[in-house]
Write a protein that binds this ligand. Structure first.
Ligand code: NAD
Ligand code: LMR
Length: 322
């Protein structure tokens, strides 16, 4: 029997990431090749015409899984009945603006979107915040959507996780799909800590630790870390625009694994609410049996790793403004 369609909201849908993301969702990359979807796309009135253009292209692409498109500038219409919300829209940082100026604009945006989600989204709606500063925006959303469980509000660090997998794969000339269990600790910012201490590579002789195969601690403790931390800068320098296709693809990976589960013994990095003193941070997460439940694997890691984490965490407090 055909599945009921899942309603997926993308805010900022006519922007760079939105334009790359909506066809991926409509093709089944996010929720599976047997899962029909109805796309809800929100943008601001200034972008209404561009949003209409995206809708036209979605119709023209004739995606078999796409059962409907809601393209709107009305936040209530956008949020009504959605099962998954990917929050990409946000106020862009302009020349001369301080980070706190963007924050204050985002508070207003995320306040209204949080209360619309709280009132009109489907029960148990899963929320992924992509817009920067992603960890802080997720926290703002949580503060203004008190009836949504904090377990259902996450932010994107899968892009950093995928960047780390890509670096190891290139260094060792192995398939990226054979590398697993890197971890990104900290915020989605240049102070994040990409960690390969538990990462492995599948080889004909079984799984081998990345540290053993790379056998070059200088690279792993230096260039590898800075490359992942500063990948955003490298992309902006080359494209004159920030990452979009990799961000969209990683957002699909994040929701895919959250809904459908991670393979046994594999974890992924997600920004989740921490009830300790650090609020929103990235943690390695294993999702069992596609239950959608988050299982923090940090407790299974050795003390040295947790110690390193707490060092990295304490560096984050300055960027946690709210
Ligand atoms: P963009 O400027 O191309 O698109 C942003 C879109 O959001 C625009 O269409 C804009 O009109 C819309 N928007 C602005 N205010 C809105 C509101 N109140 N409601 C709905 N839509 C609104 O930007 P982009 O390149 O698509 O990036 C989007 C965000 O994602 C940025 O904040 C960027 O920094 C962030 N980002 C995060 C990651 C990550 O890994 N977490 C990676 C890449 C980019
Ligand atoms: C990235 O990691 O590529 C983005 O967060 C960069 C940005 O500021 O949009």
């Amino acid at each position: 029997m055909a599945k009921e369609p899942v309603r997926v909201l993308v805010t900022g849908a006519s922007g760079q990431i939105g334009y790359a993301l909506v066809p991926m969702i409509a093709r089944g990359v996010m929720l599976g090749l047997d899962q029909p979807v109805i796309l809800h796309m929100l943008d601001i009135p200034l972008a209404a015409e561009a949003l209409h253009g995206v809708k036209i292209e979605l119709v023209d692409a004739a995606f078999p899984l796409l059962k409907g498109v809601v393209a709107t500038t009305d936040v209530v219409e956008a949020c009504t009945g959605v099962n998954i919300a990917v929050m990409v829209g946000g106020f862009p940082r302009k020349e001369g603006m301080e980070r706190k100026d963007v924050m204050s604009k985002n508070v207003a945006i995320y306040k209204s979107q949080a209360s619309a989600l709280e009132k009109y989204a489907a029960a148990n709606c899963k929320v992924l915040v992509v817009a920067n500063p992603a960890n802080t925006n997720a926290l703002i959303l949580k503060e203004f959507a008190l009836s949504i469980s904090e377990k259902n509000i996450t932010c994107l660090t899968r892009l950093d996780h995928n960047r780390a997998l890509g670096q190891v794969s290139e260094r060792l000339s192995v398939l990226v799909s054979d590398v697993k269990n890197v971890i990104i600790w900290g915020n989605h910012s240049s102070t994040q800590y990409p960690d390969v201490n538990h990462a492995t590579v599948k080889t004909p002789a079984g799984e081998k630790p990345v540290r053993v195969l790379v056998a070059n601690d200088e690279w792993l403790n230096g260039e590898f870390i800075t490359t992942v931390q500063q990948r955003d800068v490298a992309i902006i320098k080359a494209r004159k625009l920030s990452s979009a296709l990799s961000a969209a693809s990683s957002a699909c990976d994040h929701i895919h694994d959250w809904v459908l589960g991670t393979p046994e013994g594999t974890w992924v990095s997600m920004g989740v609410y921490s009830d300790g003193s650090y609020n929103w941070l990235n943690f390695p997460i294993e999702i069992k049996n596609g239950s959608g439940g988050l299982c923090f694997v940090g407790a299974q890691l050795p003390f040295s790793c947790l110690f390193m984490t707490s060092t990295s965490m304490s560096e984050q407090t300055g960027s946690r403004l709210i």
